[in-house]
Design a protein around this ligand. Structure first.
Ligand SMILES: [Zn+2]
Length: 194
């Protein structure tokens, strides 16, 4: 064997050893463990500007409950109620960041998501509970599991539904502020009023 041939052979052997060592290290890499904060999602049913936030509900099943009388006529309903069995997954209607997890007398277990441009807030109420690992600050995208349909707050025992609100936010508005707009056209396919 020539000197050059020996050198090439040595290089090939070294390359083979290097490749083999990569292979042997491959499977021993640490694998992700621990709670999943953003579960694998199904494609959301998107017909309007927003994804319908209750699993298994289609646009033609929605009722426009905006403006309905509430509390004996003392106030108008500034949201949409999406009826669904208790425990049904509630998924983000739009991208954003979980801004507040809040327990209120009226809304029960609630969750607020602020849009990336901070001009919109999405409100999810009467939840039976939050998704595992849910926390304020979590980044969500349409379809991210947020929680589960329930009857907490003033929904009425057994009247399981998602109360879903959308508010236009002015600069400086806090999570509980903003100007509610009707979510129905946004969910049912009439475009987002930006
Ligand atoms: Zn409601």
């Amino acid at each position: 064997m020539t000197r050059l041939g020996g050198s090439i052979l040595a290089l090939i052997v070294l390359a083979a050893i290097a490749f083999a060592s990569m292979l042997s290290f491959g499977p021993s890499r640490p694998r992700a463990v621990g709670p999943v904060t953003e579960p694998v999602i199904e494609p959301p049913a998107t017909t309007g500007a927003l994804a319908i936030p209750v699993a298994g509900v289609s646009a033609d099943q929605l009722s426009d409950t905006w403006g309905d009388s509430r509390a004996g006529g003392s106030r108008a309903h500034e949201a949409i109620d999406i009826m669904s069995p208790g425990g049904t997954p509630v998924r983000a209607a739009a991208a954003g960041q979980v801004e507040k997890l809040f327990q209120s007398d009226a809304g029960g277990t609630t969750l607020y998501v602020r849009s990336p441009d901070r001009r919109w807030s999405y409100y999810y109420a009467h939840l039976a509970g939050y998704a595992p690992g849910m926390h304020e600050g979590l980044i969500v995208r349409p379809g991210t599991l947020l929680g589960f349909v329930g009857d907490t707050g003033n929904a009425g025992a057994g009247n399981t539904h998602l109360h879903f609100g959308v508010s236009r936010m002015a600069p400086g508005d806090q999570w509980h502020e903003g100007q509610p707009v009707n979510p129905y056209p946004l969910l049912a396919g009439k475009g987002h009023d930006r």
